[in-house]
Design a binder for this molecule. Structure first.
Ligand code: ADP
Length: 155
């Protein structure tokens, strides 16, 4: 089974990596899809996010990383993905994910949810971006490679 894990990954953080690692042990193949939205300003460029994820996932032979634009459903179909993978940190994620998962299911694409690990449930791209702009240390939130990329990104 191919699972597509879509997201903005701006930046990729330890919560994302934990989910990818766990999914890689469940599915035959996991495709991490870095969604590119030309109308939305991201902190890290899409090629940078893609490369950071690729490096972080190099140890998993059944994980590959790709960028995509447009609808997640169309990208999933182009890959032959059986389902989407999404992480649930708590009630708000579940509520937010329910609508999209229901629509995707009606269109023939299921969603697999994995609960965030306790150690990472507080982590989000927004939290990392806030920590960075406040000048807080980023260890425990992102890998050293991602911290270096964030430190060299334009402020
Ligand atoms: P974020 O919400 O951190 O900015 P994205 O918007 O790129 O990340 O989300 C991509 C997917 O990763 C979503 O399904 C989201 O629920 C999941 N995710 C985000 N943070 C975590 C975490 N700490 N643990 C597990 N899953 C997570």
């Amino acid at each position: 089974m191919i699972l597509l894990y879509p997201g903005s990954f701006d930046p990729p953080h330890l919560g994302h990596l934990d989910l990818i690692r766990r999914a890689a042990s469940l599915a035959e193949q996991v495709v991490v899809g870095v969604g590119v939205n030309p109308d939305k300003q991201s902190l890290l460029g899409d090629r940078v996010r893609e490369q950071l994820l690729r490096d972080a996932c190099a140890a998993h032979a059944n994980v590959r990383v790709a960028t995509y634009t447009g609808a997640t459903l169309a990208f999933a179909r182009s890959l032959g993905a059986r389902a989407l993978l999404r992480g649930i940190r708590g009630g708000t994620d579940l509520e937010n994910e329910t609508t999209m998962a229901t629509i995707h299911r009606r269109l023939g694409l299921d969603t697999v949810f994995l609960l965030a690990d306790d150690a990472h449930a507080h982590l989000s791209g927004r939290a990392v971006r806030l920590a960075r702009s406040a000048g807080l240390p980023l260890d425990g939130l992102v890998s050293p490679a991602v911290a270096a990329a964030l430190n060299s990104a334009a402020r």
